[in-house]
Design a protein around this ligand. Structure first.
Ligand SMILES: *Cc1c(COP(=O)(O)O)cnc(C)c1O
Length: 386
């Protein structure tokens, strides 16, 4: 099978790109090359690899695969999603200014507002749904618009095309965190984004057994800069982790279909349930960004959040009764997870910041797995009604 043939359809690329690597024994899967170093043929030539921090054949296979799925020209696979985001921040210099949403992933917020602020980068966190607020935040030293959609945990969307139009107008780099939907459901490059980052920990790996990240570039120029940074900082992922993510990504299409089928069924049940105050799922016609989701996404994804009636005591009763859904953070794995943003995923935010973002003591977030939706619905009903 040809390697990065862009004529292949999405799920064929998932299975085949970067995979057929072994010319020695014709292994159908990509071997794990653990070697830290590679011998040279002579003083001038080697196999294309010299040291695993710089590049590794197993990692390269994964990078080719993810790059082909996003439609980029190159990718770097990193140790974590945060390492991927850290990589992109090194494209900037002290005093550079970056505009990001006020409801971005908590770890990203901490990295921006604390770590990189201490190193001299400057950030404005704005309501990205309000394009006038985005425009008003632009300063002479603004260099980047940071896009994350849908948001966590309330699944608000931002209009990627509108934001990249503003970025182009002001000569800003646009970077999108595409973790929540994966390239199966959303391809930011097609909407003008320059760089895409992922936590491969989530849907790309999909089996909750590795942490990883990647940075994908739309242009050779950015791909070269990103590769330089990953090597210089030593942020690349291990060959073992690359192997696991490459194995996981092969089933991305069928998994995403199953995730969103379950999510839609669960969202509809919750929406009609007397114990539920409000459901947050872009697939529901009542979701404020439903039309935008239909326009810029190929599906509505596997994340569903809701507000339970009766606040924290009701939430505690539900969590004590739920069986199939595991009480855990993270998302994107084949098993359904349920969590309480107030004390778990969003506990690092201040109380005021949580309330301003719309997260209350009633808010519950679910990562819908690929189990039979009828079992998930029955479990959720007994937990709400018990
Ligand atoms: C999990 C996550 C990250 C961070 O990834 P890690 O692999 O945990 O470092 C970044 N962005 C989003 C949207 C995430 O969900």
């Amino acid at each position: 099978m040809a390697d990065s043939s862009s004529s292949l359809r999405f799920s064929t690329r998932c299975v085949h790109v970067g995979v057929n690597k072994d010319t020695l024994f014709n292994s159908c899967t990509t071997p794990i090359y653990t070697s830290s170093t590679y011998y040279w043929n002579d003083l001038k030539t080697n196999s294309g690899y010299d040291y695993t921090r710089s590049a590794n054949p197993t990692r390269k296979a994964l990078e080719e695969n993810i790059s082909a799925l996003e439609g980029g020209v190159g990718a770097q696979a990193t140790a974590t999603g945060m390492a991927a985001i850290t990589t992109t921040m090194h494209l900037f210099a002290p005093h550079d200014h970056i505009i990001a949403g006020n409801d971005i992933y908590g770890g990203t917020y901490r990295l921006f507002a604390d770590v990189f602020t201490k190193m001299g980068l400057r950030f404005s966190f704005v309501d990205m749904g309000n394009l006038d607020a985005v425009r008003a935040a632009i300063e002479p030293d603004t260099k980047c618009i940071w896009i994350e959609t849908p948001s966590n945990p309330l699944l608000n969307l931002v209009d990627i095309e509108a934001l990249t139009a503003i970025a182009r107008e002001h000569n800003l780099l646009s970077i999108a965190d595409n973790t929540f939907l994966s390239p199966y459901l959303q391809r930011p490059f097609e909407m003008g984004v320059d760089i895409v980052v992922h936590s491969t920990t989530k849907y790309l790996n999909g089996h909750s057994d590795v942490v990883g990240g990647c940075v994908v570039s739309r242009t050779q120029e950015n791909a070269a800069k990103v590769a330089y940074i990953v090597n210089a900082l030593g942020l690349g992922c291990s060959p073992f982790d690359a192997f696991l993510v490459l194995r996981g990504v092969k089933t991305l299409g069928p998994r995403m279909e199953a995730h969103q089928k379950g999510a839609m069924a669960l969202a509809r049940m919750l929406d009609a349930h007397p114990q539920v105050e409000k459901v947050y799922y872009p697939g529901l016609e009542t979701h404020p960004d439903h039309e935008l989701a239909k326009r810029q996404q190929d599906g509505f994804g596997g994340m569903v959040s809701f507000d339970i009636k009766g606040g924290r005591p009701a939430a505690e009763r539900m969590f004590a009764k739920i069986r199939i859904f595991q009480l855990a953070e993270s998302l994107g794995g084949i098993e359904s997870l349920i969590e309480y943003p107030e004390t778990m995923s969003h506990a690092s935010m201040t109380l005021e910041a949580r309330r301003a973002a719309g997260i209350s003591e009633s808010t519950i977030r679910i990562s819908v797995g690929i189990e039979d939706p009828e079992d998930l619905i029955a479990d959720m009903k007994q937990a709400l009604e018990g």
